[in-house]
Structure formats: C-alpha cells, structure tokens
Write a protein that binds this ligand. Structure first.
Ligand code: PLP
Length: 417
C-alpha cells in the first residue's frame, strides 16, 4: 500500500489549524469514517498509513522469531528489531543499550519498582510521587511500599494544576530515595518543570523516574539533557502499535539491575542450579517480544520526527486555545486546571451533567472523547470531582473537530436539561 504525497498536509499547515498537520486520509480509520471526530489521542492515537504498512510488510514478508534462528528470515527480523531499539534511543537521546523494550508505559514503571526497588530500597525509605500522576505511576509504588515496608508521599498540586514546588523542596529535605513524576499530566495536560525537578532531586540524593507516556507525542524529551535516571514511554500514544513500550535506564544503573522476570532470551548460560544473565537491555526482555510492534514503533517515531515537534507544539497550542474559547461559550461548563504550560489536553465538567453521560451522548453523535477519572483519582479528589470529560488532540485534528464537539455539547445540554 502506498499513499500519494498530496494527502499529506505537511508541516506548513496554517496556524489557525483549520487544517490538520497531517491529513486525515493518512489515517485509514479516519479516512474510512469521514464523519468521525476523534478527540481521544491521549487515550490512544489513531494509526497512520506508514505504521499499518510496516506491520503488513513485516507479517506478510519478513516474520520470524528473533535472536534464535540462524536462517536469513530470522536474522533479518533480528536486525529490524535491533534497529528499532536504536530508533527509540535516538528519539530519546539515549544510547541503544539503555533502551529496554516493554509492552507499555505501565510495565516500565513496574520493571523499575521490581528490579531497582526490590534490590535497593530498605524498610523506612521514602518514595515521592505527585498528585498529577496516572495510576501507573502510583500503584506500582504502593505495591513496592507494601513489599519493602517503605514510605510513600505525594507532591501536592496548586489550584491551577501545577506542582507545588515549595512543598516539593520541603519533601526533598526528608531525603527520599526516588522521585516518580510525570512529564505531562494525562488529565489536565500540565507540563511539569522536569529539569528543575530532576536537578533538585539529585541535589538531595534521590533518583528520578519519569513517566513520559503522555508527553512524548507532544514535545521532545532528551534523557541526557534532562539527566533523568529512568523514563518510560508507550508506543500506542505515539502513533505506533499497542503492546509495545520502552524504558530508558541510565547506563550506570542498568549494569547493576537484576532481571525483572526469568525466562528465555535473557541468559548467557543456564544450569539446573544457576543462570548467568546477559548484559544490557536483553536481561530484562524474557520471552518472545512484540517483534512486529517494536519494528513499527520505530516507523511511528519516523512519522513524528518528519512532522517535527515545533509544528506539533504550534498545532496543539492553536487547537487548545480555540477549544478553550469555544467551550467558554457553553453555560455551566468549567475547564479544570489552568497550568502554566500544557499539552493539547482539556478536561471539563458541566453543571448537573455526569461526565459519563456527556461522553456517551457525544459518542452517539460520532464525537469521541474520554470521560471518567482518567486513572488519576487522587487528582480528581484534589479538584473535588469524581470525573471529567476530556478532549485531547492529535496531528489530524482541526478547529472543525472542535466545532463539531461544541455543537454536540450544546445538544447534550438541551437533551439533559
Ligand atoms: C501519564 C500516563 N502514564 C501512564 C499511562 C499508561 O500507559 P499504558 O496504558 O500504555 O501503560 C498513561 C495512559 O493513559 C498515561 O496517560
């Protein structure tokens, strides 16, 4: 399958964002459903043609298991899988040997909790998380806390939805061993001041685990520039396949981490009594990995880099401003959080309407948004709500999509009045 160039809107899309950054026709699902308004990329991004093509090509002409086969098909698949690891490393500014393939961002956090946490943290040690986190960056630390009898505290958030940095510094003075923080909040879009957070944590002797699942589709994160210790990403939010993610671990830490799971593919030699484990990231990749998904993940990163983060940021800002203005026209609607810097995400509540009812009725009119607690119940509690309706932008969205949402919301308001 190949797609004509004219279907690509390109990076010069007008800043009014009446045009998509990348034409809808480049996304087969959106092309096939021209009336669908997809405003749920924060949950999972639609897949562009090049990613689907790469999966098709791999499974129809290149598929074999990796590492073990000595025949050409397996060798070629192994090379493509290794090249994908290199592609992810380049995307994050990491070295190839610092990238562990996982199945999603959640697995990356759990891997650190088990491999690093179980081996290094002692009863009474403190872990800091924040109120902005997705449950993926809270629950694994609670489980670790129970296993190792640790302490867990959360950095609070102010009324705008920004982290309270003064309280953060106070908490650092209690000498936590690890700070677990998101680069961008999935609920209200807050971009956290990562560099400062990491610099302060290191000054107080703590390591930093970054949840970059939501940030990486929107802006560049360079792990060397940030100097973070662990960073987790997920393919399906980056226009890649589901079932694939990656964890960055700083080389100096990775060398000493014990394996997370036992099995094949991670060893140098095994006797009945003892295993010598492989060096580097392979030590953490037991069993047959998501080979095709890893390879197509690399393609998805090519897709993003071709668009460019400057264009993505401008597109996000334009659509978010436009949406905030249009939503303000609807009586009884309140946007939650006004952080200093945000990615293309807006959460809102409407007087007298349950977010689930909003989401369901919008869905019936072909508008896809997310409604509920967004796996961030501590933040919902902070704002005094049980859930919100959330819209989030991808590179195919336009102001027309926002208009369709606002028209449908006005109808929802009428129906449920
Ligand atoms: C900020 C954040 N972290 C982690 C996750 C978990 O990602 P995954 O389900 O791919 O593991 C999500 C998913 O929505 C997220 O938004």
């Amino acid at each position: 399958m190949s797609y004509p160039q004219h279907l690509t809107a390109g990076t010069n899309a007008p800043r009014s964002s009446g045009q998509p950054l990348v034409a809808r026709a480049r996304f087969p699902l959106l092309h096939n459903q021209p009336d669908l308004v997809y405003l749920d990329s924060a949950a999972s991004a639609q897949k562009p043609d090049v990613v689907i093509d790469r999966l098709m090509r791999f499974y129809s002409g290149e598929y074999a298991n990796i590492h073990r086969g000595l025949y050409p098909l397996s060798e070629t698949a192994t090379e493509a899988y290794d090249a994908a690891r290199g592609r992810i490393a380049r995307f994050l500014g990491a070295d190839k040997d610092e990238i562990i393939f996982t199945h999603n961002a959640t697995e990356g956090v759990n891997l650190v909790a088990h491999a690093f946490g179980d081996a290094n943290l002692r009863p009474g040690d403190l872990i800091l998380t924040t109120l902005l986190e997705h449950h993926a960056n809270i629950v694994p630390w609670q489980l670790l806390k129970e296993r190792r009898r640790l302490r867990l505290a959360a950095v609070p958030v102010d009324a705008n939805g920004d982290l309270d940095l003064a309280r953060y510094e106070m908490l650092l003075s209690r000498e936590p061993k690890l700070v677990c923080v998101t680069a961008a909040a999935n609920t209200i879009g807050t971009v956290t001041p990562l560099k400062k957070i990491i610099e302060l944590a290191h000054r107080f002797g703590a390591l930093v685990m970054v949840d970059a699942a939501q940030a990486t589709p929107h802006f560049r994160l360079d792990v060397k520039d940030l100097d973070c210790d662990f960073l987790t990403i997920t393919g399906h939010k980056l226009y890649g396949p589901d079932g694939i993610g990656a964890l960055y671990v700083k080389e100096s830490l990775l060398a000493d981490l014990p394996p997370f799971m036992g099995g094949g593919g991670i060893i140098r030699s095994v006797t009945i009594d003892h295993t010598d484990f492989a060096d580097g990231p392979r030590r953490f990749e037991a069993g047959t990995p998501a080979i095709g998904a890893a390879i197509a993940f690399g393609t998805a990163l090519d897709f993003i880099d071709e668009i460019g983060f400057d264009a993505i940021a401008a597109h996000d800002a334009c659509l978010t401003d436009y949406a905030a203005g249009r939503l303000a026209e609807i009586g009884g609607l309140k946007i939650l959080g006004h952080p200093r810097q945000r990615i293309g995400i807006l959460s809102f509540v409407m007087d007298g309407l349950h977010p689930h009812d909003i989401g369901t009725l919008l869905g019936e009119s072909g508008v896809c948004i997310r409604a509920g607690h967004h796996c961030a119940q501590p933040l919902m509690e902070h704002f005094g709500v049980t859930g919100t309706a959330r819209l989030s932008f991808g590179v195919h969205n336009t102001t027309h999509d926002v208009d369709r949402l606002v028209d449908s919301l006005a109808r929802v308001r009428q129906m449920l009045r």
